[in-house]
Ligand binder design. Structure first.
Ligand SMILES: Cc1ncc(COP(=O)(O)O)c(C=O)c1O
Length: 395
């Protein structure tokens, strides 16, 4: 965390308090999980209630089903669900299901997308290399783990057509896509992109996997499938699904998921731990309340207008991209890569922290149902002050 980490003692609603007791408006929101607001009483109470009865049991319990029903009711293509702990793990489960179903081994992903830190998908930082094997993005990564990964360009329909047209020869089992490129600049898919991927996958026997670890329950209750009207075969959810607890899920077609009863191994001591599933069940109930997504959209649009307006007035100030309650600062002249942005952001980040507003170094902005119109107004005013100060030091 830049310019330095903030040490938090308490987090409630849209705010965090540091060790000195200073309050900040929080736009980090734990990097995505906090959609209802920190310490939402409905989630905290559900967790408290179960924690006094059991912790982890290693056999079945009712919450596995209650939480699953909540998720499946929200997701349009949700026929079956598997529980896992983190997004990284659940992506691996989805890929295993796709390989088992197709008998093929390669995965096509898109440049600037993040699907967890696992060796087999952490690759291809900013490169966009039309289907060449990917390169490791971290020291210590096994290069051979990436033999099965191809990288294409987001929103490039022609490239996807070319690569998937050769799915059999190239041994492609799955297309793995974050439909809004959450970590690579936040971009809406072009209108024909997801429908084209859907029909190419159908035609060439490829499993279409949406990585909705950030998008899920954030851009719509039913995630990308609801927002864009394109059902994948499998979706991976995490973060906002569990209201601040550690839980992920693979959701989708029954015939794919049911392979765990016929030879596909999915293991994990904490896969359906009652504490996190109590949080999932409570979060699903809260998210189903009428008006929640409309209010979230109104706050997010107000943020885009007010904060984006202040940026637009500043020469070289940059702009905002937005899909639902996820926004991204984009420097003037573009250039947002995986995990980061440039331009004035680093200076804005430091200035806003001193004014009592916590943002992410990457320039992503996470809004929640707990952010208010007055939080948004105060943010725009503080940004004006910070930019004015920067202008004064530059001249
Ligand atoms: C789109 C996406 N997929 C997968 C992951 C990995 O999830 P986790 O950090 O829970 O392992 C992330 C994490 O930020 C993500 O943004």
């Amino acid at each position: 965390m830049k310019p330095h980490p903030l040490f938090v003692r308490e987090a409630r609603g849209a705010h965090v308090w540091d060790l000195d007791g200073d309050r900040y408006v929080d736009y980090v929101m734990a990097w995505g999980p906090i959609l209802l607001g920190h310490s939402d009483p409905r989630v905290v109470e559900a967790v408290r209630e179960v924690a006094t009865r059991m912790q982890v049991v290693g056999t079945s319990h009712e919450l596995e089903y209650l939480a699953a029903e909540g998720v499946l009711a929200a997701v349009p293509h949700g026929e079956r669900l598997l529980w896992s702990n983190t997004g990284t793990e659940a992506v691996q489960v989805a890929l295993r299901l796709a390989r088992a179903a197709t008998g093929r081994r390669r995965v096509l992903k898109f440049a600037r997308s993040y699907h967890g830190w696992h060796d087999s998908v952490y690759a291809g930082l900013d490169e966009s290399d039309s289907g060449k094997p990917a390169l490791p993005a971290s020291k210590g990564q096994s290069p051979s783990a990436l033999d099965d990964l191809l990288v294409a360009t987001f929103n490039d329909v022609a490239m996807a057509g070319r690569l998937l047209g050769e799915a059999v020869e190239r041994d492609i089992a799955a297309v793995l896509i974050d439909p809004i490129l959450s970590n690579g600049g936040v971009e809406a898919p072009a209108p024909d992109f997801l429908p084209t991927l859907r029909s190419l996958c159908d035609r060439h026997g490829v499993v279409l996997i949406f990585d909705e670890v950030i998008a899920g329950f954030r851009i719509a209750r039913g995630g990308a499938a609801e927002k864009y009207g394109v059902p994948p075969d499998l979706s991976v959810f995490g973060k906002a699904m569990a209201g601040g607890f550690t839980q992920s899920a693979v959701v989708g077609r029954a015939d794919l998921v049911d392979q765990v009863t016929s030879g596909v191994v999915h293991a994990g001591t904490f896969n359906s731990n009652p504490i996190a599933l109590a949080a999932v069940a409570a979060t699903m109930t809260a998210l189903a309340e009428p008006g929640l997504y409309e209010a979230l959209e109104a706050t997010s649009a107000a943020f885009e207008r007010a904060v984006g307006g202040v940026l637009a007035e500043e020469p070289g100030g940059g702009a905002l991209h937005r899909v639902g309650s996820l926004l991204q600062y984009v420097p003037s002249g573009g250039g947002t890569g995986l995990h980061g942005t440039g331009g004035l952001w680093e200076l804005i980040l430091a200035g806003m922290l001193r004014e009592g507003f916590l943002f992410m170094p990457s320039g992503k902005v996470f809004l929640s149902a707990a952010h208010s119109a007055s939080d948004v107004r105060a943010t725009a005013e503080a940004l004006s002050t910070v930019l004015g100060r920067l202008r004064a030091t530059r001249t």
